[in-house]
Write a protein that binds this ligand. Structure first.
Ligand code: SAM
Length: 300
């Protein structure tokens, strides 16, 4: 598998003179740094290095294998978009599966959607769940939502055991390093297709067009080859590499038009759900890509 050569740098090398730097071969020659106030937690779990920082200017930050997963200042942008892009593209998203998402931010957002009755989540690393509940309660609170059934296990294996069950599957995985590599393979997209009910929709974290066009194209291709409809949408998240992150979306229904939300949330609903990034206008705009990215996706 071609992404296995991407090796996370040891976390201690990334902490120097009061700054954490996100050094990784996934984005060679460039790295984001956060000024650190305090190391709140550091451990090596069975699956990865887990680090929680109190930063000087961006609140708390969760870092896995040296890669920033979320910071308190901007996590809402990612969590809202990976959740509401697929949810608002589905006519009736009652049962939702979240794969990964150990910080709890996606569960927090999915639970807000009025149609969602039942959320199942499978996260591989129980330590991430515990750490988030303890140190990152603004996201960790999503893990105790009454609609949520939480499992600890590998999302790839879990998917093999479920058929015709979910309206929406959201894969909130870490980057294709370590335990998340399998979640970027075409076989994973085929398993998701089988786990969906007719008309079901998937949304997966898919990398940035600036540093990881190979990952974006591969993930988009897997989606296009597996689903009747596919699209790539983006969001701006300042503390992700290059400040941009994308999602691939796939639908079993020919009728789906990802560019036009089916469920238009009103201004009152957006306020009531405390949505600070997502809106119907942002939903439409997410799929308008710069020319080089549009061409790269069309030509593959
Ligand atoms: N928003 C984040 C990002 O893109 O930077 C992702 C956040 S979330 C913390 C990612 C989670 O995926 C991690 O907690 C990790 O343990 C989990 N994960 C990785 N591989 C997995 C797998 N095969 N099955 C289930 N969960 C997995």
């Amino acid at each position: 598998w071609k992404y296995t050569w991407y090796v996370a740098k040891p976390v201690m090398n990334a902490l120097k003179e009061g700054w954490f730097s996100e050094l990784n071969e996934l984005w060679p020659g460039i790295s984001l740094s956060l000024e650190v106030d305090k190391i709140l937690h550091s451990e090596k779990s069975e699956f990865q290095d887990i680090l929680v920082l109190q930063t000087k200017s961006h609140g708390r930050a969760l870092i896995l294998d040296g890669i920033i997963q979320c910071t308190e200042s901007d996590e809402f942008a990612y969590q809202e978009m990976i959740s509401f892009l697929p949810l608002c593209s589905h006519p009736s998203p009652k049962k939702v599966l979240i794969v990964g998402g150990g910080d709890g931010g996606v569960a927090r957002e999915v639970a807000k959607h009025p149609d969602v009755e039942n959320i199942v989540q499978v996260e591989i690393d129980s330590q991430v769940l515990d750490v988030s509940k303890k140190y990152l309660p603004f996201m960790g609170k999503g893990l105790t939502n009454a609609k949520l059934n939480l499992h600890v296990g590998d999302g790839f294996r879990f998917m093999k055991q479920h058929q015709n069950e979910f309206d929406v599957i959201i894969t909130d995985s870490s980057d294709p390093v370590g335990p998340a590599v399998s979640l970027f393979q075409v076989s994973y997209f085929e398993l998701m297709r089988n786990a969906l009910k007719p008309g079901g929709i998937i949304c997966s974290q898919a990398g940035t067009i600036w540093a990881n066009m190979d990952i974006v194209i591969d993930t988009y291709k897997h989606c296009q080859n597996t689903f009747k409809k596919a699209a790539y949408g983006c969001a701006a998240v300042p503390t992700y590499p290059t400040g941009q992150i994308g999602f691939v979306l796939g639908s079993l229904s020919q009728e789906t038009n990802f560019k036009e939300p089916l469920r238009i949330l009103s201004e009152n609903e957006l306020d009531a759900f405390n949505l600070r990034y997502y809106s119907p206008e942002v939903h439409r705009a997410a799929f308008v890509l710069p020319r080089f990215a549009q061409k790269a996706l069309e030509q593959h």
